[in-house]
Design a protein around this ligand. Sequence first.
Ligand code: F6R
Length: 368
Amino acid sequence: EKGGHEYFMLKEIEEQPEALANTLRGHFDNGRIILDEQRLSDQDLRDVDKVFVIACGSAYHSGLVAKYAIEHWTRLPVEVELASEFRYRDPVLDRDTLVVAVSQSGETADTLEAVRHAREQKARVLAVCNTNGAQIPRESDAVLYTHAGPEIGVASTKAFLAQIAANYLVGLALAQARGTKYPDEVAREFAELEAMPAAVQKVLSTVDQVKALGRQIADSKAVLFLGRHVGFPVALEGALKLKELAYMHAEGFAAGELKHGPIALIEEGLPVVVVMPSPKGRAVLHAKLVSNISEIQARGARTIVIAEEGDETVRPFADELVEIPAVPTLLQPLVSTVPLQVLAAEIARSRGYDVDKPRNLAKSVTVE
Ligand code: F6R
């Protein structure tokens, strides 16, 4: 039932194109983005003047990714917050605040309490959830289901990609209601999302290369992950996967922070995974990362670069280059995350750990 794989997680990684396609299906009809259980009117959506995304773990990272797109498309301020922090703060919310609660299980205790905390202050709550009828969607004003299917591996993979896609649909629904995007632009963004399952399928062709790389660096003391813009939360997600599966010290950084501390960690042979933005997208971001990589390579780091196919400028600085397909900048996390999932799983396997059931972790965290 693991589809011929040694562990479920790899099967679930390979199911990601389907998880994305299923999550998008039926959400664009008659030229409009459609949510699932919608108890918010178009007027409610038009009145939204601030968005909070609240979640834990990987779901939180999906929110960090979506912030870039939602702000760009809607011109609304978006704050992304760990549910465990949000629920004990005194956040500034009112009925025009949209709180997006992202949870695969729909039962995470901190996220549920954060939803209740938001509702007490009259904020509208939209759940992004992978589990039909779970508690979080039951207590929300609207729901958008991710159709990733059940995840057996404790570490989130296909649900994470589906969460990003669903968060993007929320962003497009807001842009549509507010008129910050013309209908043909919304249609174009949706069409770009619809092209992503094929792009993810393509990135799966790097699995063997990344597994071999994982075996080579499995004895490292630590691995660092660097990214900028949407690549920054991808770096955080890559580091989380490695911590939870391989019990290795791993940290994700915004590449721009290197000089503010983390560069002191660089030493001979330390693997550093760098998520490169597209050279054709934001050229300035790309140039800055090339310069970051050259700096860490000069200090002896072993650079593992995730870059768009045909990105020649980065090649001289990459000790190992993993090529991902060219996709629009905001959608790149849907492809760049995949090699990081495979890397963590394979390092864990080579260290002799149970990839599907990492120690001390539970699939659904219903206690704090
Ligand atoms: C990481 C992981 C966890 C969950 C987190 C939230 O691989 O699986 O960090 O993402 O516990 O869980 P849900 O989405 O069920 O609220």
